[in-house]
Design a protein around this ligand. Structure first.
Ligand code: NAD
Length: 247
């Protein structure tokens, strides 16, 4: 796979899966726009790693849940590199609670970042992709969006919503040579899953046919493929990277 000359924007790329995706795309030859929301130091570290991998890099602070900031992020990438070929909507948060105890703010925050954030960046990026008649949009959903999960109604609704967004936009813009796919990770070892109690982790591993948790690099490998020319006839799909957990 070779992404030489392509420009990729990865949201929430200062750690976890987003970091691994930005680095994998950089190693494959793409210029990368690395978005972070609050941790500038972590963002700078990832930007340095991507540069050492040979990429041209733009580090850009933006809260993707805010439409104007998402638009500025996309515009900054286009201004820097003259194009935008690949958009990876990775930014996400959790605010878990049982539904009866869930506060309005927990619902709104998760929907605003995980679902509206992807809408905001996709709408902004499509302006350029439609003109270029080329694009690869990859949304990070979750197997929770397929299966649901007690205590995560807000997260599951947002991740299921991303699947609907993926399929609808894939239909809308397929004729312009732009593909839109969703990736559904299972249990991936990151700061997001670090906070889960030991008994939940043990129960989850017993449900994984491959017998291990995933790594951010497991997810990044699929995203690199979906971002490449080789995946040009794949659109509107939801592909799990979950060790078989959702079989
Ligand atoms: P993480 O918490 O380590 O990373 C999430 C990133 O998103 C962070 O860098 C955070 O700063 C960023 N972010 C949060 N709000 C943002 C905003 N408003 N604007 C821009 N960036 C923002 O988590 P992760 O495990 O690396 O998760 C990455 C994505 O993968 C998320 O969408 C998550 O829901 C999804 N996912 C993770 C798992 C898992 O097991 N870790 C499983 C399925 C799906």
């Amino acid at each position: 796979m070779n992404l030489d000359g392509r420009t990729a924007l990865v949201t929430g790329a200062s750690r976890g899966i987003g970091r691994a995706v930005a680095l994998a795309l950089a190693k494959t030859g793409a210029n990368v726009v690395i978005n972070y929301v609050s941790n500038a130091r972590a963002g700078q570290k990832v930007a340095g790693e991507a540069e050492r991998a040979g990429a041209r890099v733009l580090l850009f602070q933006a809260d993707v849940s805010r439409p104007e900031e998402a638009a500025e992020l996309v515009q900054a990438g286009v201004d820097e590199f003259g194009r935008l070929d690949i958009l990876v909507n990775n930014a996400g948060i959790t605010r878990d609670n049982l539904l009866m105890r869930m506060q309005d703010e927990d619902w709104d925050a998760v929907l605003n970042v995980n679902l509206k954030g992807a809408f905001n960046t996709t709408r902004a990026a499509l302006r350029y992709m439609l003109k270029a008649r080329y694009g690869r949009i990859i949304n990070i959903s979750s197997i929770i969006g397929l299966r649901g999960n007690a205590g995560q109604a807000n997260y599951a609704a947002a991740k299921a919503g991303l699947i609907g967004l993926t399929k609808s936009v894939a239909r809308e813009i397929g004729s312009r040579n732009i593909t839109v796919n969703a990736v559904a990770p299972g249990f991936i070892l990151t700061e997001m899953t670090d906070k889960l109690p030991q008994e939940v982790r043990e129960r989850m591993i017993s449900e994984i046919p491959l017998g291990r948790f995933g790594t951010p690099e497991d997810v990044a490998a699929l995203i690199t493929f979906l971002a490449s020319e080789a995946a040009g006839y794949i659109t509107g799909q939801v592909i799990a990277v979950d060790g078989g957990m959702a079989i």
